[in-house]
Each structure stands twice: as C-alpha cells, then as structure tokens.
Write a protein that binds this ligand. Structure first.
Ligand code: SAH
Ligand code: SF4
Length: 359
C-alpha cells in the first residue's frame, strides 16, 4: 500500500530520522531503504536487496509517498501540472517546467493555500489551509520525476510561503540533498519568499544555504504594502538587511522576482526604486509578466497583463540603471500552471476556499 494514509510516510525523512524510525533494524538497512526511495521505487516489493519478510513487514507498517495524483495536465509547451490530493482531502499542485535545452525544473508547493494574500496571486486568494509536511513536499518531486525523468533543478515557488514552513522545508531539503539519495546540490534548489525576515535570517545563520529568490514586486514600500498586505511586518529596510546577511554568509547572487502588473508597478519611478533597493546587493532582477487570473482586482480595478511595450521599457530602464535583468517566459499558462496561477484545476474551474473542488 504505497500511498496509504494512516501509516508513517518514509519519503520525506532525512536518513538519520529514517534510521531512528526503523530501529531496531541495523543502520545499513535504513540506508538501503533510503536509497531505494531516492530511486523512486513504487512499492516495498521493489526493494530487491531486502529479505522478502522484511519487505512485507515494512509494507504493512509504512507508506512510501504522501498523497495521490488526482489530475495530470499537460500544456503543449511541455509544462506538466500535477494536482495531488492529500490524506485529509486538501490539494496541492506541483509543476514541471522544461527549458529550451531540455533541462527540467520541479516547482514544488510548501503549503496548502497561503496566508499572505498578495492581491495578484491565485494561491493568495485561496487563503491558508495548512503547512505541508516534509513527505508531502518531497513526494511531489518523486511524482514529477516518475512521469518526466531526471530533474535538474528544484524551485520552491509553488503554492504557499516556504519560509513560514521552515522546519519542514529544512527536512525536505535534507532528504533531497543527502548523498546516498538524490544527492541534489543545494545550489540547484531555490527558495522563493515574499520576504519573511526572520526566515531569511534563520536560513542564513543555520542553513541550508539554498539559492534565494525574493518576490519583491516593487521597491516602493507604500505600493508594496497595498499589493502584498501581509508583508507589512517585514518592511523593505529590514528585508534588505536580511538579504545582505544572507549574501555575506551564503555568498550567492539573489534573484529579485518582479511580477509586472499592467499600469501598476511599471512606472519609471518603480525602476528607480528597484535600482535603489538593489544597491549594495548582488542581484539579478527577474521580470515576470503577470499571468492572468480571471477576476483579480487591485483596489477595485481589474488587474491586467503588462503590454509588450511596458515590459520592454522596464527592462531597458533597469539595464540602464546598471542592473542584471532576465525575463521569465510564459510557461504552462494554458493549464493554469504558470506562476501565481496555482489553485486552478486547469479547466477554468476555480478552487474555492470552502467546499468546492479544493477540498
Ligand atoms: N510564496 C512565495 C513562493 C510562491 S509564489 C513567494 O511569494 O515568493 C511564486 C512567484 O509567483 C512569486 O514570485 C510571485 O510573486 C509570483 N506570482 C504570484 N502571482 C503571480 C501571477 N499571477 N503572475 C505571475 N507571477 C505571479
Ligand atoms: Fe503567497 Fe507567494 Fe502568492 Fe504571495 S505570491 S500569496 S506569498 S504564494
């Protein structure tokens, strides 16, 4: 029963925790089990170097993965979105993106819903349900890999705010980066945050030193509070200080994700404020044209995609101000799998906060 509820799930456990859970089995057995899980076996029976009675015993006591894939959507551009139903009925989504060189990136969720309520984000509109545990996070990766093959990068940019679920994020990262398992390099794992200062500081001090992306959206503090109301507790100066600390300790370039909202944050002064915020940091600005979510409003006005001219103007102005700029190309829009669209079933049906298909 690989996906059964009610049994402890093994896939999200770092090896030390797995060894403790499997006591009194000797350590080398725990290592074997860990290695099999990392290779993506579907059942305990596939763990062919374990004695048959042990496979049966483990199968009776534990589950391998969390949740069931309840929908698989494929965009003609190669993007795949999985909807995974968890044991208590909540759903999360995981997305697989393939770049032009054929490298695959898994975009994983860390919470069911999100408490931050950013006005431009579908997940934010759902509200918060609960944190995912490490097994529920790591299982998304295994599901995607089973369908798509090798995965080069992991980004925690799915549903939810990863730094509000730091304990489980850490356990998931430990399980994924451990040698003897998938052995992912921390440099190929990116955490995207809306800017939780204590979380950034905690990661900086105690690791793991993953790549960091900040969803800045705008460096105009007043506008930011209106677009991302729950970031109020983490004002921009404190955020910048935390990024500097992260950079000092982790020594990595940080990505500033900037969702471009037509006519909202694409003014010349927005580019200037961004350049001011970036001063003294080693950053790359990632421009993300807003992916449409029907009916989303900002202070009564319907949000709209930025025009091509608007995007090009921001791009060139930021470059003139000396910033490194990249643009994110649309992927997975047709299946509701692009940034900020998670929470849709892909057929236009909206997941509702109470009742409805979300639960
Ligand atoms: N909560 C984290 C990670 C998930 S959101 C965070 O906010 O960083 C992942 C990214 O999607 C963020 O950069 C967010 O700004 C962006 N995003 C949200 N809604 C979007 C939309 N409708 N179109 C494009 N990007 C969006
Ligand atoms: Fe949450 Fe990120 Fe969406 Fe904001 S952008 S509501 S933090 S998932």
């Amino acid at each position: 029963m690989p996906y059964g509820a009610g049994h402890p799930v093994l896939s999200g456990l770092p090896p030390e925790e797995l060894a403790v859970l499997l006591t009194p089995l000797p350590g080398y057995r725990a290592k074997q089990v860990f290695s099999w899980i990392s290779r993506g076996v579907r059942t305990f029976d596939d763990m062919t170097d374990l004695p048959l009675p042990l496979r049966a015993e483990l199968g009776g006591r534990f589950a391998l993965y969390s949740g069931e894939v309840s929908a698989e959507l494929r965009d003609p551009d190669g993007t795949i979105k999985l909807r995974i139903t968890l044991h208590d009925g909540y759903c999360v989504e995981a997305v697989l993106l393939t770049d032009r060189e054929g490298r695959r990136t898994a975009c994983l969720s860390t919470q069911a819903g999100c408490p931050m309520g950013c006005v431009f984000c579908k997940t934010g509109a759902l509200g918060f349900r609960r944190n995912l545990d490490s097994a529920e996070i790591v299982s998304q990766f295994f599901r995607l890999r089973e369908i798509a093959g090798d995965i080069a990068n992991i980004v925690f940019m799915g549903m939810g705010e990863p730094l509000l679920n730091l304990g489980e994020l850490r356990r998931a990262a430990a399980a994924l980066t451990c040698g003897g398992g998938t052995g992912f390099s921390p440099r190929r794992i990116t955490v995207s945050t809306c800017g939780i200062v204590p979380g950034i500081r905690d990661l900086a001090e105690h690791g793991p030193r993953l790549r960091l992306a900040l969803s800045l959206t705008t460096a105009d503090g007043e506008l930011r509070r209106r677009l991302m109301p729950a970031t109020n507790a983490n004002p921009l100066p404190a955020l910048k200080e935390a990024l500097r600390r992260y950079q000092d300790l982790a020594g990595q370039r940080i990505t500033l994700e900037t969702v471009l909202l037509g006519d909202v944050n694409t003014r010349p002064q927005d580019a200037e404020a961004l350049a001011e915020f970036a001063r003294g940091l080693n950053v790359v600005v990632n421009l993300i044209p807003w992916n449409p979510v029907e009916g989303m409003r900002f202070e009564g006005r319907l949000l709209r995609e930025p025009g091509a001219g608007e995007i090009a103007r921001m791009d060139s102005q930021l470059k003139k101000l000396g910033l490194n700029v990249t643009r994110r190309f649309k992927k997975g829009q047709r299946i509701g799998g692009a940034c900020g669209q998670l929470g849709t079933l892909g057929d236009g049906e909206t997941a509702k906060p109470d009742g409805g298909p979300y639960r």
